[in-house]
Design a protein around this ligand. Structure first.
Ligand SMILES: [Zn+2]
Length: 346
């Protein structure tokens, strides 16, 4: 009797141990540690500006179909890059834009992984049906904390801090109408207005406490919500969102909500849809790499699945546009998808 009990207890412990060790889903659906949990926020895994430029040049040298273009310079004089895969001008084109906000960094890490991925056998043939543009890290100064205002209160641990704003303390994602800042001007003059773009995903990070249906989200998505956007453009944006939702929400680590976003056209999701007729999707991933408001910062233990979430998003949408399946997507899930809400803690 005692032996049997002992066996059960040991087996139970092993099973529990197995679940917590082998299944990333236990921690991944929004339950990774925040700042002030059991770890710090460490920026050392992120590409510095120099490392990012070096990475892009190395990939360009390795990949036949990849072209690198400098589209302008930041306030502090850093080059802004556009990565291009344009095999056939007749094909539909998607643009992936990351890090308009310098402290929302893992989407750029994911985009760099995706660029590498595009040069591998796994993507063979896909680029015959779609053109891919990537602007990795629009806010290059904020990403290096090279700004004209104090970052004393920021929590990030490392040689530098990362900030939402550009060097002039301007939110680039509220500058898409006036384009006063060199970063947004370069994006509009040399990318949005220079290429025939059909789709755009604008990748961001949000706070850590957003939830949908009782679980913290790995991210939230939204289409253009200004009434001035062409209904056909909005439908295609919703279809693009359906590709992302199906690819991510089905994963053990994925849980997506509907983002509660405004209708201002100074925001790229709205303004770019109206001005260029591009179908846009906002993707707000969980937690930021640095912030002065501690509940927004997310510990590095969540880096893996959030970078993976970016790569999966870019991969799934690129493939769905290449094979045309994006055009078959049912958009009715948007009507039942709950808006995310903010979890209240005591
Ligand atoms: Zn953002």
């Amino acid at each position: 009797m005692r032996n049997k009990l002992l066996t059960l207890t040991v087996t139970g412990a092993l099973v529990l141990g197995g679940v917590s060790i082998s299944s990333p889903t236990v921690n991944a659906v929004g339950e990774g540690p925040n700042y002030g949990g059991n770890e710090m926020v460490n920026n050392s895994i992120l590409h510095t500006h120099e490392e990012l430029v070096d990475f892009l040049h190395k990939q360009e040298a390795k990949q036949d179909h990849m072209e690198l273009e400098v589209i302008g310079q930041s306030v502090q004089g850093r080059d802004l890059h556009l990565v291009k895969y344009m095999q056939d001008p007749e094909n539909p084109t998607i643009l992936f834009l990351t890090q308009q906000h310098g402290n929302e960094a893992l989407t750029t890490e994911g985009a760099l992984d995706f660029i590498k991925h595009l040069g591998t056998q796994k993507m063979k043939g896909v680029l015959d049906g779609v053109n891919v543009l990537v602007v990795p890290r629009l806010n290059v100064d904020g990403a290096m904390g090279d700004v004209n205002f104090s970052l004393d209160d920021y929590v990030g641990d490392g040689d530098y801090n990362l900030t939402r704003y550009n060097a002039e303390q301007v939110d680039l994602n509220r500058d898409h109408v006036d384009r006063i800042q060199p970063e947004t001007k370069a994006l509009h003059d040399n990318v949005m207005g220079a290429y025939d773009i059909d789709y755009m995903i604008d990748l961001h990070h949000q706070g850590t406490q957003s939830e949908r249906d009782g679980d913290l989200v790995s991210g939230s998505i939204l289409y253009p919500t200004t009434e001035n956007a062409d209904p056909d453009v909005v439908t295609k944006s919703k279809q693009l969102g359906a590709v992302v939702f199906d690819a991510i929400d089905s994963k053990g680590w994925g849980h997506l909500g509907k983002y509660n976003g405004g209708s201002a056209e100074t925001i790229s999701r709205n303004g770019i849809a109206v001005e260029y007729g591009i179908s846009t999707l906002l993707f707000e991933m969980r937690g930021m790499a640095d912030h002065y408001y501690k509940p927004y910062a997310l510990g590095q233990k969540s880096n893996g699945y959030l970078i993976k979430q970016t790569v999966e998003t870019l991969d799934a949408t690129t493939r769905a546009i290449a094979d045309g399946s994006v055009n078959e997507k049912d958009v009715s899930f948007w009507d039942t998808l709950s808006y995310q809400s903010t979890r209240t803690t005591e």
